[in-house]
Design a protein around this ligand. Structure first.
Ligand code: AMP
Ligand code: GLY
Length: 426
């Protein structure tokens, strides 16, 4: 089977690494990929949202399966685009339809879906220019802190947690009246603040059946001890030690089963990942958000723990045979530590040479590339998040130590990583 992965981050490198291990995988392509994906497959210089270019490539290279990494092409309807064309309709697209991708693409849509299916989540109201004044009054009488969410995709920046009513009123005005996040914030969801530990759950569904992939916790803040600015993710661990059987059963019963049943009842075409961002509020799981794809850097810890053949699982997804699959998960702990460019998540420079990659090749640790590019024989930095260094161990502590040691041997100008990933679980 010929497979094309769409995307260019650590998530896609991890998917490429895993898919390539399958006997079912013949040719593997990644569009556009990075210097890491080029080690496992062939990079294709096409953007993730260049549907026309991707179609032509799939036809010319007899692609059988398209695995979509990021949300952008999904929300823009890549699934429907391929299904609508008789020449590409038979290609297995791993990812939901445009309508179903609204679970990530529109916060208001996701909240209404959860309401319809009685899935526990924060209380909310949605506002736009037509009921702006009502929104102002709603904020004034809202308990603190207040969570404001731009309805649409905003590159991870669309959620603002306001400590005071005045701050919330200013943000609300900027989002709706001044389009702070463009079209995305013309509609705003205002919701109750939930307090607790967050975790990421990954459900692979074929629209009827589902399997649970390992859970993970990511570390979003730039600084040690979870201080400082929010980032795309500085590291992740799997499993998450506080997730015991009792908690998991609650998650399955109150969130996962109603979510999958909701997709089926509403006839949403969904053959892909439902990433449920959860918060554990005093032992009760509540949904913070849905995403329609795998998380990054969570993928870098959950995929290495899956012992099944990933091509087989994806094929079963596309053919609505997921009831035939049992996920086998390694009992080992996996940890990834992300090395970022100096200055990230604010401004940073790219094009710095990465040294030491060859030296760590035999360490047993996997160095996934997040933002890199090949330039002749050199590998250069090409993003804020540069590498995701994954180790496994019998404990989280052991795996973190291993990743940190490997990162000590890697260098590029301005390299920074958090050495305390998984600190609460040591
Ligand atoms: P999202 O873009 O929906 O992932 O939200 C970004 C982050 O904002 C989440 O990972 C949470 O840390 C935080 N967040 C979102 N909604 C809430 C909420 N209702 N209560 C507390 N924190 C929240
Ligand atoms: N790590 C969170 C995300 O991928 O959205």
């Amino acid at each position: 089977m010929n497979i094309l992965i769409i995307g260019s981050g650590g998530r896609e490198h991890t998917l490429a690494w895993k898919l390539k291990q399958s006997a079912l995988c013949d040719q593997l392509f990644i569009a556009p990929g990075n210097a890491g994906t080029a080690l496992v497959g062939s990079n294709v210089p096409l953007a993730a949202t260049d549907f026309e270019g991707l179609t032509a490539f799939c036809l010319a290279n007899k692609i059988d399966m398209l695995v979509v990494g990021p949300e952008d092409p999904l929300v823009k309807g890549i699934y429907d685009y391929f299904k609508a064309n008789p020449l590409t309709a038979a290609i297995h697209v791993i990812g939901p339809s445009k309508e179903a991708s609204k679970l990530e693409g529109s916060k208001a849509y996701a909240k209404a879906f959860m309401d319809r299916h009685q899935i526990p989540t924060a209380a909310y109201r949605e506002f736009d220019t037509t009921n702006f004044n009502e929104g102002v009054n709603y904020i004034k009488s809202h308990s603190l802190p207040i969570v404001l969410k731009a309805d649409g995709l905003a590159a991870g920046k669309g959620v603002i947690i306001c400590a005071s009513h005045d701050e919330a009123l200013v943000e609300f005005e900027q989002m709706i009246q001044q389009s702070k996040f463009g079209e995305s914030s013309k509609r705003v969801v205002i919701e109750q603040f939930l307090e607790g530990i967050e975790l990421s759950m990954f459900v692979l569904t074929d629209g009827k059946n589902y399997v649970l992939l390992p859970e993970a916790k990511d570390y979003k803040r730039i600084g040690t001890g979870d201080k400082g600015l929010n980032t795309g993710g500085m590291g992740a661990v799997s499993p998450v030690p506080f997730v015991d059987d009792a908690f998991m059963q609650k998650v399955v019963k109150t969130i996962i089963e109603p979510t999958v049943k909701g997709l089926l009842d509403e006839k949403l075409d969904y053959k892909g990942i439902v990433f449920v961002g959860l918060i554990n509020v005093k032992g009760e799981p509540m949904v913070i958000e849905y995403n329609c794809r795998l998380g990054d850097p969570e993928t870098e810890v959950i995929i290495p723990r899956i012992e099944n053949d990933l091509v087989e699982i994806f094929l079963a997804t596309a053919q609505q045979r997921l009831h035939e699959i049992t996920i086998k998960t390694s009992p080992m702990a996996a940890v990834t530590v992300v090395a970022v460019s100096g200055g990230y998540p604010n401004e940073y420079v790219t094009g710095k040479e990465i040294l030491g990659l060859d030296e760590v090749a035999l360490s047993g640790t996997i160095v996934f590339h997040s933002g890199t590019k090949q330039a002749g024989t050199k590998v250069l930095t090409n993003g804020g998040r540069v590498l995701a260094v994954t180790s496994t161990g019998t404990t989280i502590s052991e795996a973190v130590t291993q990743s940190n040691q490997v990162l000590e041997k890697i260098d590029f100008d301005g390299i920074y990583f958090r050495d305390d990933i998984g600190y609460e679980f040591k």
